[in-house]
Design a protein around this ligand. Structure first.
Ligand SMILES: [Zn+2]
Length: 233
């Protein structure tokens, strides 16, 4: 799990750790590099935290193990789109912008991207352009389902009443329906991924793909893992 080789990133995430970018940290060595021993210990602790946070997180780790995926981790100051972390589907590498970005939220997002890469036939590098909007939204829905309170998919700092209603409906109706029924309404999913594309200008590089119209990776995760001991809170 802790091989360290070079690897860039593609699915980057800009607003996962609000406030963390202002820490004043200056990387000593602004080039792509392996994790130091201290950083590997930090990462190991966060992986333990990730697995224990929810049984669906553990299911992601188990899926990757069963698929013989060996993730690599590195520090990369050149993560695209001003992201804090990224997953590269071609090199199976999770990159963090710097040591301060080795965080639970960043790992959470990139582990789901690794799971998507292992789940979707042919991997997700084929969706680096067309389809990246789908890949990103599916990851946000997964995290929003597990973390009560809204939300990763939409920012809270837009006071437009229409936007507030969309976010409220997404949180109260869409997510609650999935938590209750364990099913994802395709029409509702299509509606909110469109809003996600409209309101998240950070993903203006991202494109929608009909091939990922249905969030099959997320659906599989729900279908395969829910039982009497693995459920939503
Ligand atoms: Zn992402």
């Amino acid at each position: 799990m802790f091989d360290d080789i070079a690897g860039g990133g593609r699915f980057s995430d800009i607003y996962l750790t609000p406030g963390s970018s202002g820490s004043g940290y200056l990387p000593l060595d602004p080039v792509k590099r392996p994790l130091t021993e201290t950083e590997q210990i930090t990462l190991n602790d966060i992986i333990v935290e990730f697995n224990s946070f929810h049984c669906l997180n553990q299911a992601i780790s188990d899926f990757l193990d069963n698929a013989d995926v060996s993730l690599k981790f590195d520090i990369d100051p050149d993560i695209p789109h001003d992201g804090n972390a990224a997953y590269n589907a071609e090199t199976k590498t999770v990159s963090f912008l710097n040591e301060d970005e080795i965080t639970f939220n960043n790992l959470w997002e990139e582990m789901f991207h690794a799971y998507q890469d292992a789940y979707y036939p042919g991997g997700t590098s084929q969706y680096n352009d067309e389809g990246s909007l789908n890949i990103e939204f599916e990851a946000k829905v997964f995290k929003d389902l597990l973390k009560l309170g809204c939300c990763f998919a939409f920012h809270a700092d837009n006071n437009d009443p229409l936007y507030q209603k969309i976010v409220g409906d997404y949180n109260i109706e869409f997510l609650t329906a999935i938590r209750t029924t364990k099913n994802i309404n395709q029409d509702e999913y299509a509606k909110y991924i469109e809003y996600f594309g409209i309101y998240n200008t950070q993903y203006d590089h991202a494109n929608y793909s009909d091939a990922l119209e249905s969030p099959d990776a997320l659906i599989n995760l729900l279908e395969q893992n829910f039982n009497s001991s693995c459920k939503f809170n």
